[in-house]
Each structure stands twice: as structure tokens, then as C-alpha cells.
Design a protein around this ligand. Structure first.
Ligand SMILES: [Zn+2]
Length: 173
């Protein structure tokens, strides 16, 4: 099956009323607020959205997204891969009153007569799902420049060990 772009805008009322699934991708570079926290704008975001009306007749979107991006390791400041897979639920409403009547914990989008912009919804979820700080697994940080005499990261870990040993001795006194 050929992959297609996720539409930027949809007629939410029409889609939820007819129970439709929409899927597609967008380049990571289409999400500038998300990219601001990344190492680079490489990659694509795959999105699936199910538009339907639930048992209370509320207009709903049940969505999932997945992507692999590069974030910055806060220890070595080099790129590291981060996979994001997430599901999220939204209600689409047209008045404040409708939003207030929703079950607790169900996020809502309040629309006027304009179509629903899908990219900001996806972008908000991407940002929520990205950890604020990221680190390579211990020992996998990339050393600065060519390594000739062993890795500084290892030395740092070794320096910490005597203190840990000392603490152990004291507590067993
Ligand atoms: Zn690192």
C-alpha cells in the first residue's frame, strides 16, 4: 500500500459522523515547535486517526502516532535516537458548554466553523511524549575526538567508585 501524507485539515464533524479512519505521514520538519527540542529535523511521523461518535454521541478522535527522531544527549551533547509511540484520545466540540460536559480527563478541541487543523494536535502529542532530558545508555556516549588512551567517561565512573565503596564501609560499621 502506498504511503500518503496526513491531510493538514479535515471536516471533523463530517468525519466523526461517518466513522472514518484517516492515516498518513508528515515529515518531522513540519512540526517546528517539536523540532526545536531535537538534534535535527530528520524523519517522518506516522499517524492514524479514527473519527467516530461514542455511545454518548460525543464527536471523538482516537489517534496513534509513531516516529523515530534524534534528540540531544545531555551528557555528551551528541545525537541519540528516540522512538516515540503514542495513543491519544480527543473530543471535538463546538461550544464551551459542550467541553465542560465531557467526562473528566478527556481532552477537547473547540472548533468554530473552520476546519480542524490536524498538525497542531499531532505536534502537541509529540512534545508531550518527548522526555525533557535524554541520555545515552551508560558507556555509550560518544567521546570527543579520536580516542587514543581510553575513554574519559570510563575514568569518571571509576573515580566515583571509591566513594561508593567508602559509603558501604561506613554503613556496615
Ligand atoms: Zn551521550
Amino acid at each position: 500500500m502506498q504511503r500518503q501524507l496526513l491531510p493538514r485539515q479535515v471536516d471533523a464533524r463530517k468525519l466523526t459522523s461517518t466513522d472514518v479512519r484517516v492515516s498518513g505521514f508528515q515529515p518531522v520538519s513540519e512540526f517546528p515547535r517539536f523540532v526545536a527540542g531535537l538534534h535535527d529535523a530528520e524523519g517522518e511521523v506516522d499517524v492514524e486517526m479514527h473519527f467516530f461518535r461514542d455511545e454518548s454521541w460525543v464527536h471523538r478522535i482516537s489517534a496513534s502516532l509513531s516516529t523515530e527522531v534524534s534528540v540531544i544527549c545531555q551528557r555528551c551533547l551528541k545525537a541519540m535516537p528516540l522512538g516515540i509511540n503514542s495513543n491519544f484520545e480527543l473530543a471535538v466540540v463546538w461550544t464551551e458548554e459542550q467541553a465542560k460536559a465531557l467526562p473528566r480527563g478527556l481532552d477537547s478541541v473547540i472548533l468554530g466553523e473552520e476546519p480542524l487543523d490536524l498538525l497542531p494536535l499531532v505536534e502537541d502529542e509529540l512534545i508531550i511524549e518527548t522526555p525533557y532530558t535524554n541520555y545515552h545508555p551508560v558507556g555509550e556516549c560518544q567521546p570527543e575526538g579520536p580516542v587514543e588512551y581510553g575513554e574519559p567517561e570510563v575514568g569518571e565512573v571509576e573515580r566515583e567508585n571509591p566513594f561508593a565503596a567508602l559509603r558501604d564501609l561506613k554503613s556496615s560499621d
